[in-house]
Design a protein around this ligand. Structure first.
Ligand SMILES: [Zn+2]
Length: 138
């Protein structure tokens, strides 16, 4: 059962419709953000710009109750580890706990379509913490 808490019924209904059509993969396809699999190569310095800050603010604004966890941790190819959880952002987008890391450390590999979705986030901006950036060499 895919049960997460959404802020509006319209958000929930849109996600349930994707679920009916394509299962959990359908949800990620229609509403997912930054479900990417970057290579082990990270940028020398983390990229901290408006997009990274927007992602950070939206991620922090997600309600903890919307987190959906699997057992264990998710490991990025570069070695960064995160809780293996999905969160629902205030605008109804579903993302994962490595979202800030991907933007900061794997910006070259983030598709333009994903950057566009980040640009649409409207939770303000926040400075990411080292734990959120998880730059392997920092
Ligand atoms: Zn990584």
């Amino acid at each position: 059962m895919y049960s997460r808490r959404y802020q509006t019924e319209a958000q929930q209904e849109a996600v349930m419709e994707s679920l009916r059509k394509g299962g959990v993969d359908g949800v990620y396809k229609d509403h997912g953000l930054l479900y990417i699999v970057p290579s082990a190569k990270v940028s020398d310095e983390p990229t901290i710009d408006a997009l990274t800050r927007k992602m950070t603010a939206a991620f922090r604004a997600a309600d903890d109750d919307t987190a959906f966890g699997f057992a264990g941790v998710h490991t990025c190819a570069c070695g960064a580890q995160s809780d293996c959880t999905d969160v629902v952002l205030p605008n109804g987008t579903v993302t994962n706990t490595l979202c800030v890391h991907y933007l900061a450390c794997h910006r070259d590999e983030v598709p333009a379509s994903e950057l566009e979705k980040v640009a649409q986030l409207d939770s303000g901006e926040a400075e990411p913490s080292p734990d959120e950036i998880y730059h392997p060499q920092s």
